[in-house]
Design a protein around this ligand. Structure first.
Ligand SMILES: [Ca+2]
Ligand SMILES: [Ca+2]
Ligand SMILES: [Ca+2]
Length: 607
């Protein structure tokens, strides 16, 4: 297969025919940049760079079950921190990223889990103190220094926040059956009886959790309607702010089985699920996260587990955050939620922009469609449908331009891993070519590209979650270091911050094309070619002002392809923004595209 040819073409990026930059990039006016104009770099601070070995144990003394620190184990802290992240801003900016989404930095329960199955809060999603920086990552001053250093470069900072749950502190008096506490529903365990329908009457006068009035919630006084929650001795003040220590502010119904009611009310594998219908909880989180805006002037929030919180909560929270940001002089504050799905399901994603009022959601539909398209097993029908389905989102197709798109993440895993799973015998060269093709789609199709840290260095991984959270600095994890990377002979045993890596170069080059081409940021999309088999996928995108056409074409097949596609009749001549482009139309309204195996091209119509 002529993969090498595809690579050499993909990397040939003439600088001609680019329209002048139309977005503010200077440090002074980054606030003026719209969310849709960003390129986002997503990083887990623990896995990125260790700037201060002195904080690796988070100020705790003892073994790894106390400190959480074990750089040789996938599920423990490895030592990365805010100082390290700040020191590597050149590397991140060099990739073309204009915003950094960093995993949660709030103080976590260092270690949790049953004996023998413990792991650490290195990922940041087990918060105990929502007001403080986790000492493993540094200090409040260190976070301020990071935000200021990013802002000084004109880069934005998006914090990763959680309102669905806290760390696992609350336990139940009832004996845990094998496999943990099953979910106890509102039908079988109403708020009005202790421990089930036959139990003692409790919470008299409580009119149900759909009535958000403080007077109603004042009648909710006994949290033992399903299980009997308690805070173990020694952990009574584990959480900050202090109201979070009271079980009355939690659902206490046992573990979620992820469907129906339990998706909202169930504990996420024991993590204490907040009663987000309670006005005290709503007000509490508005204060918590509003304070981070006030104190640090950050630029946006990525909301973890957004679909496990009732939409009414977000309908109160989102406007409050946007107001708070506006009062701080941040007019383009961005908020995007995680509505995690593993299928192509834009209707579900879009429902959260309408019912919950989330300004945007992470585009899981895009990631599924791209993985299908470049995986070599399917065609591009879902990808072609994506742009029609954009009508489902709040704000329609215009609103969809703000959706953060991605091909890899820390939960589901990396695109290269998904491609390898679909093709276990694939060569390293072909795996690189397919991964590059997916990233080319990410940088040129509609939405706000999110690069998952490590993708640009050819990380692959063997699965999701811990298997997709390799270290960028020299790793001590044997299961990471054993794996070959793509596009390099390096392994994760050495630090990987190579700006010469082919994926880093591809992303940097296309990020620059995107920055200088308004059609690729804010342009509408017209699908020109797709198929239920691997082959040509092509779209036209249009400059929002001049309406000039830019054609982006991708060959998902492992053989060269030549085909005619329809174009605008006025697009008579083309200049390449990336790859190999036709010079002229065949006739008004049609042009021949020729692409190498797994190649792509981005071609701008000349005036
Ligand atoms: Ca450290
Ligand atoms: Ca719990
Ligand atoms: Ca919940």
């Amino acid at each position: 297969m002529p993969i090498a040819l595809a690579l050499s073409l993909a990397l040939a990026l003439p600088a001609c025919a680019r329209t002048p930059a139309a977005i503010p990039t200077a440090a002074a006016d980054f606030r003026a940049r719209a969310p849709g104009d960003e390129v986002v770099y997503f990083v887990l601070p623990d896995r990125f760079e260790n700037g201060d070995p002195g904080n690796d144990r988070g100020g705790l003394k003892g073994d790894r079950l106390v400190t959480g620190f074990d750089p040789s184990a996938r599920g423990f802290y490895h030592g990365g921190d805010l100082k390290g992240l700040t020191a590597r801003l050149d590397y991140i900016q060099g990739l073309g990223a204009t915003a950094i989404w960093l995993g949660p930095i709030f103080k976590n329960k260092p270690v949790q889990g049953p004996p023998g199955q413990e792991s650490a809060g290195y990922h940041g999603y087990w918060v105990t103190d929502f007001t403080a920086v986790d000492p493993h990552f540094g200090t409040e001053a260190g976070f301020r220094a990071f935000v200021e250093a990013a802002h000084a470069r004109g880069m934005k900072v998006y914090m990763d926040i959680i309102a669905n749950h806290t760390a696992d502190v609350i336990q139940y008096r009832e004996l845990a059956p094998e496999g943990g506490y099953p979910y106890r529903s509102k039908a079988d365990f109403p708020y009005s009886r202790r421990g089930g329908v036959g139990g003692t009457p409790i919470n008299p006068g409580f009119a149900g959790d759909a009535d958000p009035s403080p007077a109603n919630w004042a009648r909710m006084t006994d949290p033992a309607f399903a299980y009997t929650p308690y805070v173990p001795k020694g952990e009574e003040n584990a959480k900050v702010p202090s109201w979070l220590n009271d079980p009355i502010y939690y659902h206490n119904r046992g573990n979620s089985d992820w469907v129906g009611e339990s998706a909202l009310y169930g504990d996420f594998s024991g993590l204490d699920d907040l009663a987000t219908e309670n006005p005290r909880v709503v007000e509490g989180f508005i204060e918590i996260y509003g304070s981070w805006i006030d104190r640090f002037g950050i630029d946006g929030f990525r909301i973890d587990t957004a679909k496990h919180v009732n939409p009414e909560f977000w309908r109160a929270f989102v406007p409050a955050m946007l107001d708070r940001a506006k009062a701080r002089g941040i007019s383009n504050f961005h908020i995007f939620g995680e509505v995690a799905v593993s299928d192509y399901d834009p209707a579900l994603l879009a429902s959260w922009t309408r019912n919950a009022g989330l300004p945007a959601v992470l585009d899981f539909g895009f990631s599924v469609a791209v993985a299908e398209a470049v995986g070599g097993r399917a065609g591009t029908t879902d990808l072609a449908r994506l742009f029609d389905d954009d009508a489902l989102y709040q704000g329609g197709k215009q609103g969809a331009l703000q959706l953060p798109t991605f091909v890899s993440n820390h939960d589901a895993g990396r695109l290269a891993m998904l491609v390898k799973q679909a093709n276990p015998q694939i060569s390293q060269e072909e795996l690189l070519a397919r991964t590059m093709l997916g990233h080319a789609m990410l940088l040129t199709l509609r939405g706000v590209p999110v690069i998952y840290s490590g993708d640009e260095q050819g990380f692959v991984g063997t699965g999701g979650d811990q298997q997709a959270r390799q270290d960028m600095f020299a790793s001590k994890v044997a299961q990471y270091n054993d794996q070959p990377l793509i596009g390099t002979n390096a392994t994760t045993a050495e630090a990987n911050f190579d700006p010469g890596h082919p994926l880093y170069r591809l992303i940097a080059d296309l990020a620059e094309v995107r920055r200088t081409t308004p059609a690729l940021r804010g342009g509408s999309t017209k699908v020109r070619a797709f198929s239920d088999k691997p082959g040509l996928f092509a779209v036209s995108r249009f400059d929002p002002e001049s309406q000039r056409e830019v054609v982006a074409a991708f060959n998902t097949a492992d053989r060269p392809i030549t085909a005619r596609i329809a174009i605008e009749p006025g697009s008579l001549a083309f200049a390449p923004l990336s790859g190999q482009c036709p010079l002229t139309a065949d006739a008004p309204g049609t042009v021949t595209i020729t692409l190498p195996a797994l190649g792509f091209a981005v071609c701008a119509a000349k005036e």
